[in-house]
Design a protein around this ligand. Structure first.
Ligand code: ISJ
Length: 426
């Protein structure tokens, strides 16, 4: 069936009324046939969202939701469109019923799209699992075949930086100089590395390795864009809202005592604290007008991953009654100074003039929103874009007064490790 296409218009909710969604609980017998849980259904073409909060593995497209003017053109119509799909939902969990899922570009004005999948298999943290099917006129029957992946993986890889190291370090030095001149306070400069493999990269295998290496992160895949993001931009469950901005990074070693000392160094680093504060202040300022209450810890804590540790501040709030849906809130926060800079406009202009790469979906938004307005949106970092035997990995670093170009280069290498370890077979 050809999917419907909706373009951000007043008409989309009316057209969506042609779609019908059915959600059923998956019983124990059916789940027993999926030993890896819902993730056993992810073939290369699936749209995947695996997070300890909510897991969604989606196939097919019931409708494409197009944003020809990017998220800047407004995204509130997406939740309204989902809400006008006729839905029978026997489970009622966040992520049940019709869902819009996908990845949106870093650039707020770049054309973008999400999809309403034709089938979504989901699981909640307590193990409740469900399947939703969506179609025009009637919801199709669910299809729960396990993905069979017998493709031969690549075993030889070449890596090439998009910019020579010296040139990239020169740009960091330029950013530090411009910051010292007072043109801006922080800018997040990204670096791309291209991988070429001897055979097509097997997306499903990369996702399995990411799941094993980064179990606390959001593992995602949308049309070749995949990754393991540690950074929650915004999650909404009813009136509860949360965000977990990160900024400030240190290496993680194999030695617990050394890591404890590194964590202390990071916590006491005035440069990293400053870099972090810009992000927390921006997130809190954007959320406050929508919230009846908002808790922002005064000190960051340490978020430890396999390759790096970050300063992170968990922010929680209760939304005001009229607050918008998860995607609208996330789009309002984006781009935070964790991936762009401060002040935002000066940083965007600086990146446009000096960064030298097209970010695309890197550092954009990735996640889902449902018809109630619940949803999870992470920042699309620790990510790569895979196209056959090629992949582009991107990682960025926050540059502030006092940043050292060579140290920032090392930081990009640590962050790129997240994807390298999953793409390149051990
Ligand atoms: C921009 C990235 O990461 C961001 C930048 C960080 C930093 O500069 O310390 C830390 C976490 C992220 O918010 C990236 O991984 O590409």
């Amino acid at each position: 069936m050809t999917p419907l296409t909706f373009s951000s218009s007043a008409d989309a909710p009316r057209q969506a009324a042609r779609l019908v969604a059915r959600t059923f609980r998956l019983d124990a017998d059916t789940l027993a046939k999926l030993p890896g849980g819902v993730s056993s259904l992810m073939g290369d073409g699936a749209r995947v969202w695996l997070h300890p909060g909510t897991q969604l593995v989606a196939h097919g497209v019931a409708a494409r939701l197009e944003l020809p003017h990017g998220i800047e053109g407004g995204v509130a119509w997406i939740k309204e469109t989902l809400a006008s799909i006729e839905a029978a939902d026997a489970v009622g969990r966040p992520g049940c019923g019709p869902v819009a899922l996908g990845a949106l570009p870093f650039d707020r004005t770049e054309p973008a799209a999400l999809v309403v999948p034709a089938q979504i298999v989901g699981a909640a943290p307590d193990g409740t699992a469900w399947v939703t099917t969506i179609g025009e006129g009637a919801a199709p029957a669910p299809h729960l075949e396990r993905a069979e992946g017998h493709r031969r993986s690549p075993d030889s890889f070449t890596l090439r930086s998009a910019l020579p190291h010296e040139e990239w370090c020169g740009r960091v030095a330029r950013a530090v100089a411009d910051i010292q001149q007072g043109a801006l306070s922080k800018v997040v400069l990204a670096r791309a590395v291209d991988v070429e493999a001897n055979r097509p990269i097997v997306v499903e295998e990369v996702l399995r390795r990411l799941t094993a290496l980064y179990p606390s992160c959001a593992i995602f895949h949308v049309d070749g864009f995949l990754g393991a993001s540690p950074e929650l931009l915004l999650s909404r469950r009813g009136r509860a809202v949360s965000s977990h901005p990160l900024a400030g990074t240190y290496a993680v070693s194999a030695d617990v005592d050394a890591d404890r000392r590194f964590a202390e160094v990071l916590r006491r680093s005035a440069k990293d604290q400053r870099e972090h504060r810009f992000v927390v202040d921006a997130v809190a300022a954007a959320l406050a007008p929508e919230c009846a209450s908002l808790e922002v810890p005064s000190e960051p804590s340490i978020l430890s991953l396999r390759n790096v540790m970050h300063l992170g501040t968990p922010i929680h709030g209760q939304l005001a009654e009229a607050a918008p849906d998860a995607l609208t809130l996330a789009a309002r926060l984006h781009p935070t100074p964790a991936v762009c800079g401060t002040p935002r406009q000066a940083a965007e202009a600086w990146l446009g003039a000096h960064e030298g790469i097209r970010r695309g979906l890197y550092a954009g938004l990735v996640g889902w929103v449902d018809a109630r307005g619940d949803g999870d949106w992470f920042i699309g970092i620790r990510s790569a874009t895979v196209d056959g035997a090629r992949a582009r990995m991107v990682a960025g670093v926050g540059v502030v007064a006092g940043s050292n170009p060579e140290a920032e280069l090392v930081e990009t290498q640590l962050k790129l490790q997240a994807m390298l370890a999953a793409i390149i077979r051990p």
